[in-house]
Design a binder for this molecule. Structure first.
Ligand code: CTP
Length: 419
């Protein structure tokens, strides 16, 4: 179960008879804790109904490239990036040929061309189609391009012939997905590409942390908090839009990856610290993550069982303070280090104390008491606490907070304004 928990799979269902097995694949993935979003090609709609796919994934099924509602909710570019892995099952000869040639004339092929994550294909087709030199050429080319494959298996085909071309069984595909996800799935852009050459942060590098961290108790339980990652992701997006090269180190969240940002996904505070260290040096570091302050001293190897007597006690130890560590770096400290303060009372006073204690340049303080609706919500009321005083902003959309913060950070870097 733990293997796929919190992982996000974008499933492209092609129009092969084997599509019925994909329904079982969805069920198996969900049982293991993965989130699945599905895209159906036109041909797949003839073989499985969008309704059955939606019921099994528990999410809207995407079918159209030019759907106004879909684009307004989650554009196809975002859809192609909001996953840890793209899986094509069944991968038909036609779909593979399209990807091999870079065609993008429907939602499925467009997503496969636009994605920034690896794709794993489970081919399914008649054996002559599979053995055809054109298909074999396409497969070889796709492998070179980094596509992963599982199957096809040999066996009796729907058309009565016998040979290679059957889609792998759902559990074999699950195993291949687990293996793929145990490795890096991001497809980074070549150095220097992706950042704008204009904008107030052009030429600057920014590292942002976002979301919660999950601290395991045992293989099935963890300590977490209510952070959604919306504010941190919005800052990463705004910084990229302002021309910066941005690395976003994100805890487990369900918001999509911001476009034009290199995303590193982590689970625990210690993973987050390692990922931040690897992403530095940078001009600016923004710690927007709600890092869990504590973790259990020793994660249990097996599931902790309800005993006959008392509930278990879980001794906690403190997690590393990433913001304080970066603020206090002797060599290579980012020129600007910005922290957040999540408070439920005396917001500004606690933020002032945090600024001094952590040694950062600026604290964005916000009230996260349940009545504020900030945790998980779309809006935020923040106070900027710096060496030169406190500035309170009105209630704003988190995207607007992000844009204003980016403008402020650019000003601070250029020395126009003081923190
Ligand atoms: N932070 C961090 N690493 C931690 C804890 C917090 O980098 N282990 C960062 C957060 O990303 C945020 C800032 O420190 O930018 C303040 O986080 P917050 O949870 O408000 O403060 P704490 O340090 O946890 O202090 P307290 O528990 O006293 O509120």
């Amino acid at each position: 179960m733990a293997g796929l928990s919190g992982k996000r799979v974008l499933l492209v269902i092609g129009g092969g008879i084997a599509a019925y097995k994909t329904l079982d694949l969805i069920r198996r993935l969900r049982e293991r804790g993965a989130g699945v979003r599905a895209v159906l090609t036109r041909a797949a709609e003839q073989l499985v109904t969008p309704l059955s796919v939606a019921s099994l994934t528990g999410a809207k099924v995407h079918q159209d490239l030019f759907s106004l509602t879909d684009e307004a909710e989650m554009g196809h570019i975002e859809l192609s990036r909001a996953a840890d892995l793209v899986v094509i099952a069944p991968a038909t000869a036609d779909l593979l040929a399209k990807v091999a040639h870079g065609l993008a004339n429907d939602l499925a092929s467009t997503i496969l061309l636009a994605t920034d994550k690896k794709a794993l294909a489970a081919p399914a087709m008649n054996l002559r189609m599979w053995l055809h030199p054109a298909t074999q050429r396409n497969i070889a080319r796709l492998r070179e391009d980094g596509m992963l494959f599982v199957g096809p298996d040999e066996g009796e085909m729907a058309c009565g012939e016998f040979g290679p071309g059957r889609m792998s069984e759902p559990l074999a595909i699950v195993a291949a997905i687990e293996t793929a996800l145990a490795n890096e799935t991001a497809l980074p852009l070549p150095a220097g590409i992706g950042a704008r050459s204009t904008g107030i942060l052009a030429g600057k590098t920014v590292v942002v942390t976002s979301g919660p961290t999950h601290e395991p108790i045992d293989p099935v339980r963890y300590i977490a908090n209510r952070s959604s990652g919306k504010q941190g992701h919005a800052i990463a997006r705004a910084a990229a839009e302002a021309g910066a090269r941005v690395t976003l180190v994100s805890g487990p969240v369900s918001v999509p990856d911001p476009a034009g940002v290199s995303v590193v996904r982590v689970e625990t505070a210690r993973d987050m610290q390692r990922a931040v260290e690897a992403a530095l040096p940078a001009d600016i570091f923004v710690a927007a993550a709600a890092v869990a302050d504590w973790r259990v001293e020793a994660e249990a190897r097996g599931k902790i069982k309800k005993g006959a007597d008392r509930p278990p006690t879980l001794p906690l130890v403190e997690n590393p303070d990433i913001l304080a560590a970066v603020s206090k770096m002797r060599a290579g400290r980012p020129r600007l280090v910005v922290g957040f303060a999540a408070e439920t009372e005396q917001v500004v006073d606690h933020a002032k104390a945090k600024l001094a204690r952590k040694g950062c340049d600026l604290i964005v303080a916000n009230d996260v008491s349940p009545a504020s609706g900030v945790m998980g919500g779309a809006r935020n009321t923040v106070h900027l606490v710096g060496a030169s005083g406190v500035e309170s902003w009105p209630e704003l959309d988190k995207d607007e907070v992000a844009r204003r913060l980016v403008a402020r950070m650019a000003g601070l870097l250029q020395g126009h304004v003081r923190s």
